[in-house]
Design a protein around this ligand. Sequence first.
Ligand code: ATP
Ligand code: MG
Length: 334
Amino acid sequence: MRIVSGIQPTGSLHLGNYLGAIRNWVAMQDSLAEGEEAFFFIADLHAITVPQPPGELAGATREIAAALLAAGTNPARATLFNQARVPQHAELAWILGCTARVGWLNRMTQFKEKSGKDREGASVGLYTYPVLQAADVLVYRATHVPVGEDQKQHLELARDIAAKFNTDFGAAVFPLPQPMIPPAAPRVRSLRDGAAKMSKSDPSDMSRINLTDDADLIRLKIRKARTDALPIPATVDGLEGRPEARNLLEIHAALLGEPLDAVLGRFAGQGFGTFKPALAELLVETLAPIAARLHDLLAHPQELDRILDEGAARARAAAEETMRLVRGAVGFLL
Ligand code: ATP
Ligand code: MG
């Protein structure tokens, strides 16, 4: 078993990233058996598919690395690195770009969403993004990839590319990576708008809880979070048409690792005036130790850089083993 997963350095990490992704990475890493491996990377090559200020990219990358470590990623158990320092990702992406078909990419819904109305003006990288994603996974010959609902189509594409490469070159270079749907990963919504997901790229900082927020800011954001005037219902049905209320209750349930019903049972009949302070304290309790470790790591950049140097070296060694097979299969003169 080899797990690979990545996250973009496009802003600071938030509660949605933590509950939806990072917490599961840590759980997967902790449950690896002898001989199983995990590769977690910061997807800086993916980030530049849309413009990133050059003066901020390295800092954003470091900050994400620190947040991942603070949240429990253990460099002794998982390889943590940034993608740009492992050139094999880009090399394999080129080769796989010659395996993938234009028709396959044209079916990818994320490009349509992200390029919006200005498709002709989008970068070529944004269009071929799923090919780089396939390379990210296949360059480690990953067997398992944790994916949210939004990334399932891209993993399916990675499997198609792997299968076609193996067939075209008559070589079983790539195993077909399996999706790992993380258990109980909630889709955390914006604190300002229950129709939108909590996101790094939301212009309003009040829409999200960042892993770097201190206790007072967390309390303020929860106090200001949009809700409604109705009391908390006793059953999930009672949350129908109340996405903001549901979001806060789901966050509470996810933090405790409990079903939503259990939380409703405890707060049924009460208003958000009572529930919000309880939620805020639970958030502070969960996030304060992470924020403290994060600040500590950012205050010691040499230690952070050492971890990332080592991770990149380990990742390059693993990726190079695959690339030898790939270059041989394609038939390059080397
Ligand atoms: P961006 O706005 O730049 O797309 P993002 O906040 O969506 O940023 P990503 O880097 O795209 O974050 O996603 C990193 C991981 O976090 C992915 O596994 C993604 O599914 C997960 N994730 C992102 N937002 C949420 C959310 N609101 N709830 C649960 N999981 C989330
Ligand atoms: Mg996203």
